[in-house]
Design a protein around this ligand. Sequence first.
Ligand code: GLC
Ligand code: CA
Length: 583
Amino acid sequence: MLKRRSLLSGAAAGAAMVMVGPAHAASGHPSAPARRWWKEAVIYEIYPRSFRDSNGDGIGDIPGITEKLSYIRDLGADTIWLAPIFASPNRDNGYDISDYKAIMPEFGTMDDFEKLMTKASSLEIRIILDLVVNHTSDQHPWFQKSRASRDNPYRDYYIWRDSEQGRPPNNWPSPWGGSAWTSDAATNSNYLHLFSPYQPDLNWDNPAVRDEVFSIMKFWLDKGVAGFRMDAITMISKMPSFRDMTPKELQAPEYVYAAGPHLHAYLREMNDRVLSHYDVMTVGEAYGMHAEDIPLFTDSARRELDMVFAFDIVHVDRQGWRKVAWPLSKLKNIYAAAGRPKSRDSWNTVFLDNHDQPRAVSRFGNDTAPFREASAKAVATMLLTQCGTPFIYQGEELGMTNLPFSDLADFEDVQAPIEWDAKVKRQGIDPEAFFESLKGLGRDNARSVMQWDSSRNAVFTRAEKTWYRVNPNYTEINAQDCLQKSGSVYHHFRDLIALRRQYPALVYGSYQDLDPDHPGAFFYARQQGNDRILVLINMSDRGFTYEAPVLTTASLLLSSVKHEGAAKSVTWLAPWEARIYRA
Ligand code: GLC
Ligand code: CA
């Protein structure tokens, strides 16, 4: 449907934003969103370390991704978000960058990257990169120079504050736990890091820092990448007074960090100076943002970003550090807020999984027998039919599950011990309770290696050892099986993506929750002009009868369960059954 330009030449030529065709939206509808390729895209996130190892060192790499591009194309995704591939000491697996213009040697070379781009382009797949510029690695030459003396040109690339008697300059916490300041002996001062001490925050108030960032962006855009996912982008502007946070603010410091006075000015500058010169997409990680805040970033008239990941969905089962049960009504409210038109032309993302979140089937479905496959399909149905551009995380299309953990040592993630120290050792939170929550919420759940088949190490690597664990369930859950089996989670994803491409109402349509109060059924409509698509999902382990007058005349387009005979008269919804109708 969508005619794509050549990825490499189009972006390099610096083409301005291009409309891909006449709007699908109902004529005369004042708030019809403009068509853009990235609104119609289905984006697949790859965590390169865990995706596919081509050279037998147990670490996923770029040639491994190139090898698997057609797998992604066959699924129907058309855009890939690569988690960071740049030189890094890997304290936070690439989210701590020491050279923004070099490829991490473990992942390959620039030549490997260019081969990946060429092959992707031939398959009409776009590649977006992860722009991690709220902070760098402490090993970045800028920081090495910055910390060396008080009067060097790089000092102001970072945020330094003096303090008395070894105390931090203020009470700001890292959202991961502990102080956001670390003292540095060389100049007897403290630097700010909202994440780990290995990730010092850049000082965006310094125009030289912004110049550097914009030059990095151009470097990659000129290589033909189709845009960026922007890490922690809401945190780039810091509160100028550096005052202590109030006790209330301390309960959710990310909302204070996201309220910096220059955030929008910096994003506008980035757009004017860089993004507006290319036909690319941006999606910002919006820590500390709710659905209502989205238009501030994404309304096209504001010329900032195209999309953001708001954090409501991330908080659905969290209260502080604690994992809590969530009623379906909470999820419905989140999507109702996201689906309410908020401004003339702003856009959403839909995501359940990513490299920071537990697995979608374990969190939103039920990963135990006999419900895993059915619930993974139910949850996928929601992902691909809600309002916004959907993001799939590697393995989600197989219904990959959370990992089993029995000990803190099973966690590889830098965040886990930082949180443990802050919560258990310093705040005295019960270790058992904290560990239980960590098991369910920990980021390592997403980072076990991709399960390609049932041979050793899920054939992620030919090495004996993998850099991180293989989920022991790979013998039952793997791509090879899923591809072979009709009705598998993979095939359901594929069918959903195909349906999304066939019915623009699933992309551009309005949203209406048709049964907000039902405790088990999620029933909603997407409508564009006269095209009305109905989505009915049983979000529970129980089967029940579900009747709605509109269903008696609707035609079934897709069902996660095989129905004999006239499906539209079937009123029994099996556990986790999902159906899509045309009204
Ligand atoms: C974002 C990334 C996460 C990383 C953090 C610091 O939240 O998604 O993986 O640890 O930023 O860069
Ligand atoms: Ca490798």
